[in-house]
Design a protein around this ligand. Structure first.
Ligand code: GLN
Length: 257
């Protein structure tokens, strides 16, 4: 019985997506992301992989659809959702009140915050000395908004890594990006001149899947998948796969706001 009601919900969902002109009617679920954000999304060979790609694969599996990934600039994801170019945005995207004006969000699946990378012994060493410095960010991200609180001299990059490389080359005083990505990039670069500032406390941020407005049945299906993978251990397994053991996220980190 439960099997049939699940099939009925999937059928209603596909019909309503078709009516709304979404790609779901063609048997695919198109996810937009910015694959410059390891370990959540990055390119390996010809594929986009990472935590978000695996979560999206679970969402597509539960819907009986084939996942298609479109790689784009982070600040193109919300416009691509509102124009119907993509069906879902899965991009370590923080739930922000301003974004809720344009898109809906699923339940949250990860708790992060911003981090500030600086040069060892450089100009910016705490929130006071960070003020008025040249700060690099990824365009349109919560790091971009956080940087605006400290300086007007903000340099915006399409790729988080490019900002950190500019910092390493001495062209920036700091980079503000999501902490898990900051740690991942620092570990990959292994540059002894770069470090994370531990003197600034940034607010908690919660990642969720962005969906075009007005598709409550799609949001509900995504929420069901998030609940399933949280309770059956799939999400923990995905996180363990992409986070090095020493920064293995505690399960409390995956909290609902
Ligand atoms: N979590 C940040 C945001 O939502 C950064 C996301 C990203 O760059 N992929 O703005």
């Amino acid at each position: 019985m439960q099997k049939y009601s699940g099939m009925l919900i999937a059928l209603i969902l596909v019909i309503s997506m078709f009516a709304a002109g979404m790609a779901i009617a063609e048997g695919t679920l198109t996810m937009g992301t910015n694959a410059e954000f390891p370990p959540f999304e990055f390119v390996e060979g010809d594929s986009v992989i990472g935590v978000d790609a695996e979560i999206a694969a679970e969402i597509a599996k539960d819907l009986g659809l084939e996942l298609v990934i479109e790689n784009m600039a982070f600040d193109s994801i919300i416009p691509a959702l509102t124009s119907g170019q993509i069906d879902i945005g899965v991009a370590a995207m923080t739930v922000k009140p301003e974004r809720l004006n344009s898109v809906d969000f699923s339940d949250t699946y990860y708790n992060a915050r911003q981090a500030c990378i600086v040069q060892v012994g450089g100009k910016a060493q705490d929130s006071e000395s960070l003020k008025g410095t040249t700060i690099g960010v990824q365009t349109g991200t919560t790091g971009d908004y956080a940087a605006e609180e400290y300086s007007e001299d903000i340099q915006r990059f399409a790729k988080a890594l490019d900002a950190v490389l500019e910092l390493a080359g001495g062209k920036l005083d700091a980079v503000i990006i999501d902490e898990p990505v900051a740690k991942n990039i620092l570990a990959a670069l292994n540059n002894p001149n770069l470090t994370l500032l531990d003197t600034i406390e940034f607010e908690d941020e919660f990642y969720a899947v962005a969906v075009p407005k007005g598709h409550p049945e799609l949001v509900e299906s995504i929420n069901n998948t998030i609940e399933r993978i949280t309770t059956d251990g799939t999400l923990d397994a995905i996180l363990l796969k992409y986070f090095p053991a020493e920064e293995e996220p505690a399960s409390e980190e995956i909290a609902q706001p």
